[in-house]
Design a protein around this ligand. Structure first.
Ligand SMILES: C[S@@+](CC[C@H](N)C(=O)[O-])C[C@H]1O[C@@H](n2cnc3c(N)ncnc32)[C@H](O)[C@@H]1O
Length: 295
């Protein structure tokens, strides 16, 4: 595609308001992500969709939309992968990792945990993995395997591209700038072709299972409850009804006394009485005593 025809195609997509609205509605229903009609979003959608149309052999929004609603799996994955915003970094909103360390240490004397020695975490929109690895570094130092602890972290995202990066666990050396000094030894520096990159060590990677998962799934399928759930900086893209239903489903996946971490610009206020604020953007799941029920 020449530069001129590329620009022409971009302008054509930008002007297709009906097509925009159809794709935005598909996106909202499929992922919860709300893309309002605005000049900025029209340009964003057009420039991103333009990258996948040739691969799919489609000419315009209308062909893409028809494929999406007919259940074309490749079109769905490509579309979702290009439209999600995956910004993240190690120890993002770093106060959360101090809180995590503090509340996790309390579990060392928890009667049930002393028996089971199992810690379960869900990192629910993990992007390229830095968040899940940050959690693993903190908890690995508190619950060492040699003391019999079984630390299991499930890290999920709807975007299958970011999960591939997450699984490799290889990052440019500069990405380690936000990693506190005490955890720098959790990485091994690359040599030869990998010079300038660092890989998270196996002892930290081994705690984590990365898997695709859509938070819009009607009922979450997890067998046992989590001690900690991180669901940060994803609900900012959702509308109120999707935020509320996501929080309620997440609450149901936390054990009583477990903690939910959300992004600092997000809130669960007014959604459920079962989540009690414990620190900025940190909530503990408590038993809700209903009227007439004994405490
Ligand atoms: C801005 S990143 C946040 C990453 C990380 N949680 C953090 O705070 O650094 C948002 C992530 O949410 C994912 N996402 C968006 N909609 C989703 C959905 N419906 N289900 C699961 N993940 C979703 C995106 O693919 C993206 O990787």
């Amino acid at each position: 595609m020449s530069r001129d025809s590329g620009l022409e195609n971009l302008k054509k997509l930008e002007r297709d308001v009906i097509g925009f609205q159809k794709l935005a509605e598909y996106l909202r229903l499929e992922t919860g992500i709300n893309l309002n009609l605005s000049d900025k979003n029209q340009t964003l959608l057009a420039s991103r969709v333009l990258k996948i149309l040739p691969n799919l052999g489609f000419a315009d929004y209308s062909a893409l939309h028809a494929a999406l609603i007919s259940g074309h799996r490749d079109a769905r994955d490509l579309f979702i992968n290009i439209i999600t915003t995956n910004t993240t970094h190690f120890f993002r909103e770093n106060q959360h990792f101090d809180v995590l360390g503090r509340v996790a240490r309390d579990l060392l004397s928890h009667p049930e945990k002393k028996k089971t020695r199992e810690i379960r975490v869900w990192c629910a929109a993990c992007s390229t993995g830095e968040e899940a690895y940050s959690i693993s570094m903190v908890l690995n130092s508190i619950f060492p395997a040699q003391d019999g602890w079984n630390l299991r972290i499930l890290a999920t995202d709807i975007d299958t591209d970011v999960l591939r990066t997450a699984i490799r666990g290889v990052y440019p050396q500069e990405a380690l700038d936000s990693v506190p000094e005490q955890y720098r030894s959790c990485f091994e520096a690359g040599k030869g072709d990998s010079l300038g990159y660092a890989r998270v060590r196996k002892s930290i990677r081994d705690h984590i299972t990365f898997a695709p998962f859509n938070l819009m799934t009607l009922s979450y399928p997890f067998q046992s409850k989590f001690d900690f759930i991180f669901c940060r900086n994803v609900m900012i893209y959702f509308d109120r009804p999707e935020i509320h239903s996501t929080i309620r489903k997440i609450e149901g996946c936390l054990r009583l006394g477990g903690f939910l971490f959300i992004g600092h610009s997000e809130t669960v206020v007014g959604v459920t009485p079962g989540l009690k604020s414990r620190a900025p953007a940190v909530y503990e799941r408590l038993k809700v005593i209903r009227k007439g029920e004994a405490a």
